[in-house]
Design a protein around this ligand. Structure first.
Ligand code: F0G
Length: 368
């Protein structure tokens, strides 16, 4: 075949000619939508599964490690997968307002999708514990932001009660449509790899995402799209690890504010996923989280938020347990840009400040 012909073929077969329609359209048959459901989408999903050589090398055997970079969703986190479903269904039901409690990402995503669907968004956040990027998003997307002097768990109690008493739709992960949307990440992994991974490493907060992934893996497995199921390996920050220590944590604390949650609502589902998959729940210290965060940034060129790095931190901590020849997927749930303060305070970059605006000075600083 001539080169021109080849190029032509590549071009016409190129995805650019058939843009990704968003995950509801892509996985319509697997989702509870009908022709009557208005699809509120920002073309979320189809996020890359990136091989990470430096992580594989650190494990040091024949183990393939990929990261599912869900921080590349439209609002920079996996929440968009759930929110396209939750808001579409809220719209279908005639809802005019949605509400959520959030450590930041849910609020950003709810705000964006609600506005796109022409409905109002109220978001409750723990005052002072939401990363700047996430707060900026909720404000720019036009949500009404209510910061409480209390943590996420308290905020969730309040919104659950409010949504029972008033005509506002709750879009936290107790809303079943959220998990339906989020399960598509597991579909994408199998569609890409042609098989389920052996391990899925994932950070846990309210434990919705691990439950959603498990649902997705099970559905594809039952439909014969994969021949195996992964072990679900859930990781929490040591100061905020109710599922690891099997008790409510009254005052959770961690640098990974996204998963600063002491009483996860999806606890039962997550425990069932762990049991059925022969998985495990483990904690990782803030130091281990930041170490993984730095490795991803400076060795792989992948900038995730600290909570996301918990998946890689957990993998590295428990690398001895992985059988040779395994394929591992670590879920990177959110984009690093969400939390610029963490980035600025946790890096080993050379950063020369206050330089004279002269070639000589700059060259000298460069070591030339
Ligand atoms: N990673 C990130 C970046 C998150 O924002 C969250 C949860 C998780 C992991 C944990 O996911 O709750 O399904 O176990 N963030 C929620 C929020 C709580 O409000 O944005 P989970």
């Amino acid at each position: 075949m001539s080169l021109l012909k080849k190029l032509e073929q590549t071009f016409f077969n190129n995805q650019a000619m058939h843009p990704w329609p968003g995950l509801i359209e892509a996985y319509r048959d697997w989702l509870p939508v009908t022709d009557k459901t208005p699809i509120i989408t920002l073309q979320e999903g189809a996020t890359p599964l990136i091989p990470t050589k430096s992580i594989s090398e650190r494990i040091g055997r024949e183990i393939k490690v990929f990261v599912k970079y869900d921080g590349l969703n439209p609002t920079g986190s996996f929440k968009d997968r759930g929110m396209t479903m939750a808001i579409s269904k809220a719209k279908e039901a005639g809802s005019e307002a949605v509400i959520c409690a959030s450590t930041g990402n849910t609020s950003a995503s709810a705000a964006a999708y609600a506005r796109r669907g022409g409905i109002k968004a109220f978001v409750l956040i723990p005052d002072g514990y939401v990363a700047q990027g996430k707060l900026a998003q909720a404000l720019v997307y036009g949500a009404e932001v209510l910061a409480i002097r209390g943590n996420f768990d308290k905020a969730l109690d309040i919104v659950r009660e409010l949504s029972n008493k008033f005509p506002v739709t709750l879009v936290n992960s107790v809303n079943p449509f959220r998990l339906q949307g989020q399960k598509t990440a597991a579909f994408e992994i199998i569609d890409y790899l042609g098989e389920a991974p052996d391990w899925l490493c994932i950070p846990m907060g309210n434990a919705g995402n691990i439950s959603a992934y498990w649902m997705g893996f099970e559905e594809y497995f039952q439909a014969g799209k994969s021949k195996k199921l992964p072990r679900m390996m859930g990781f929490q920050a040591s100061g905020s690890a109710p599922l690891v220590f099997n008790k409510v944590i009254e005052n959770p604390n961690t640098i990974a504010t996204a998963i600063r949650i002491g009483n996860p609502v999806n606890k039962e589902k997550a425990i069932a996923a762990k049991k059925k998959s022969n998985g495990d729940f483990k904690d990782v210290t803030d130091e281990e989280i930041i170490n993984a965060y730095k490795i991803l940034g400076k060795e792989e060129g992948i900038f995730c938020e600290p909570a996301s790095a918990a998946s890689v931190a957990g993998l590295l901590k428990h690398k001895e347990k992985i059988p040779n020849g395994s394929t591992v997927v670590c879920v990177l749930t959110g984009n690093g840009l969400k939390d610029p303060d963490c980035a600025i305070n946790n890096n080993e970059a050379k950063f020369y400040k206050d330089l004279d605006p002269e070639i000589k000075t700059v060259a000298k600083a460069m070591g030339l």
